[in-house]
Design a protein around this ligand. Structure first.
Ligand SMILES: Nc1ncnc2c1ncn2[C@@H]1O[C@H](COP(=O)(O)OP(=O)(O)OP(=O)(O)O)[C@@H](O)[C@H]1O
Ligand SMILES: [Mg+2]
Length: 327
């Protein structure tokens, strides 16, 4: 390993936003839960939030945490929440409908907003975007010291960062041309109106939106506050997936915390009497651990394959103890 999780967080004392990404089923939820538990034990008020539409935190914690943040039983400082997608989507649909209606009115286009809403919200990326919006809301509410997000919104983070640059250019241009138009309107007007009397709702909206995106981009790329971790098994596909993710993230300047290996078979349990099937898997894992070491310079934790699934706080704590070195 290149460093430990403890060392990483010692070096980043102001860290607040943690994300866990990786291929399906590799243990993102489990490792996110274990990390959130560690922070709560450090005395930090921590929120473990799932942005994955297929939720699994309630199952992990054996407690219903759907819809709103709930205090986790048996663990002071730890709160958990599965974000309710359906509610977010309904809200976003309404929001979009209002905006379209308002825009059509503004642009003097005699069409009903409904015609557009359906096509806008049938987009497969809509649910993902609604989730992302919700995550931003939780962050801006600023109620917790540390936020651990189960499932990194990989595609969205990428899109947001790309979009924010284009968007800033666009809004600034809009600003300029609307300002010019307003000046002309004022100079042609006989009424004596002070410039600041003129409300410009569209421009206000665009400016607010730009500032929100800018703020989020600022947080997402702030390596003091944010880190993306990637979970992998010692297998070919999950390693390939995170290689790709890490490449993208580097290109976009999103800070990468490290790579965590999950479900490694404990070699000390294996001898010549062990079933061939298991010995083969151990040999395979050895090979892929070499690949992890060669490919990543931030391999920072490893959890063993346990004798049973990770369910309930006691099991989560075993994962915490595995990926965080003991004091
Ligand atoms: N180290 C481990 N030992 C034993 N079982 C594990 C271990 N890590 C994860 N599991 C089990 O593997 C399954 C998948 O883990 P988890 O739900 O955390 O994966 P995930 O990456 O979040 O999946 P998804 O992509 O569906 O969200 C769960 O049943 C979990 O209990
Ligand atoms: Mg999961």
């Amino acid at each position: 390993m290149n460093f430990t999780m403890n060392e990483f967080f010692q070096k980043h004392p102001n860290i607040r936003y943690l994300y866990f990404g990786g291929k399906g089923g590799v243990g993102k939820t489990v490792v996110a839960g274990a990390t959130a538990l560690w922070f709560s034990k450090q005395g930090k008020k921590t929120l473990l939030a799932s942005t994955n539409p297929v939720h699994s935190l309630s199952n992990l914690l054996e407690q219903n945490v759907f819809g709103k943040p709930v205090s986790v039983k048996g663990s002071p400082n730890l709160h958990a929440s599965e974000i309710d997608t359906s509610e977010t989507i309904e809200r976003s649909k309404k929001d979009i409908k209002n905006k379209i209606a308002w825009f059509l009115k503004f642009a003097d286009i005699p069409t009903k907003a409904e015609d557009f809403v359906e096509s806008a919200t049938m987009n497969p990326a809509f649910e993902e975007s609604a989730m992302f919006e919700n995550m931003i809301n939780i962050i801006f509410e600023d109620e917790y010291e540390v936020y651990v997000f189960d499932t990194a919104p990989t595609a969205n983070a990428r899109r947001l960062l790309g979009m924010s640059k284009v968007y800033a250019l666009w809004v600034n241009k809009m600003h300029k041309s609307r300002e010019e138009a307003r000046q002309i309107r004022l100079s042609l007007s006989f009424r004596k109106k002070k410039p600041e009397d003129e409300q410009d709702a569209l421009l206000d909206y665009l400016t607010t939106f730009r500032d929100r995106i800018d703020k989020m981009r600022g947080l997402l790329t702030d390596e003091e506050k944010t880190a993306f971790f990637f979970v992998t098994l010692l297998e070919s596909l999950p390693i390939a997936v995170i290689k790709r993710f890490i490449g993208w993230f580097k290109d976009f300047g999103i800070p990468i915390g490290g790579v965590i290996v999950n479900e490694a078979i404990d070699k000390s349990e294996v001898n010549e009497n062990t079933a061939e099937f298991i010995r083969n898997r151990v040999a395979m894992q050895e090979k892929y651990r070499e690949e992890v070491i060669q490919s990543f310079d931030n391999f920072c934790g490893e959890a063993p394959l346990f004798e049973k699934e990770v369910k309930g706080l006691a099991m989560v704590e075993r994962v915490t103890n595995a990926i965080f070195a003991q004091d």
